[in-house]
Design a protein around this ligand. Structure first.
Ligand SMILES: Cc1cc2nc3c(=O)[nH]c(=O)nc-3n(C[C@H](O)[C@H](O)[C@H](O)COP(=O)(O)O)c2cc1C
Length: 197
């Protein structure tokens, strides 16, 4: 059975519009056969950023090649998934710091990436990553003010995942279009992407 890792960083939980998009995607995924869904709610994890002892412990464990240590469980889980779905709102031109802390914990040489004389290469099994997000204002693709999706696309390449899609509900706080219309379009777009999963 193929594994889908569903990473939930919708900080506002049930009030979150990103969570509503994510819940729709989750419902659709549960209807698909042949997939096991692993849900990881980052708000329920006790994630730590690297500082002092937590950083040096990592250096020590990597020198020992102790990749089975519990602190590497996020990296191992990520590396073994067949598909990755991330849901997070647009915050401060990218995404919440909690997701960055998670990514910091994912980047483990020997688990999610490797390095040789030719450079760095991803070692993750997944072939597709999907990012679900909602944004207050509108950001056309390529807008330099939108640094969330381009960053995740780069991480996707870094991890060795070939395909990346972003589904965004844009302009939710501008008051220019009804929120329901924007959300419905994003849900339709998500359905198209899911067909290619
Ligand atoms: C802390 C915070 C920072 C935000 N930063 C931005 C921003 O930089 N640009 C923007 O267009 N909207 C910004 N927003 C608005 C959100 O992107 C928008 O309301 C989004 O739909 C929130 O997602 P949620 O309902 O899933 O929490 C911000 C909202 C919050 C709470």
């Amino acid at each position: 059975m193929k594994k889908i890792l569903f990473i939930d960083c919708c900080i506002r939980r049930e009030d979150s519009r990103t969570k509503k998009l994510a819940d729709h995607v989750l419902r659709r995924l549960r209807q698909k056969n042949g997939y096991e869904i692993q849900e990881l709610c980052l708000m329920d994890e006790n994630l730590s950023y690297f500082s002092d002892g937590f950083f040096f412990q990592r250096e020590r464990l990597l020198a020992e090649k102790n990749y089975d240590h519990p602190r590497f469980r996020y990296a191992n889980q990520f590396a073994e998934a067949d598909k990755i779905i991330i849901a997070a709102p647009f915050w401060d031109l990218s995404f919440p710091a909690l997701l960055k802390v998670y990514i910091e914990n994912l980047c483990v040489e020997g688990i999610t990436f490797g390095c040789d004389e030719t450079g760095m290469f991803g070692t993750c099994k997944a072939d597709h990553m999907v990012f679900l997000t909602t944004r207050g204002a509108s950001y056309p693709k390529g807008d330099p003010m939108e640094m969330g999706s381009p960053y995740l696309e780069a991480m996707c390449r870094f991890f060795g995942i070939d395909r990346y899609d972003c589904v965004a509900a844009d302009g939710l706080d501008l008051g220019l279009r009804p929120v329901n219309d924007i959300m419905r379009e994003a849900i339709e777009e998500a359905d198209h992407v899911l067909e290619t999963l």
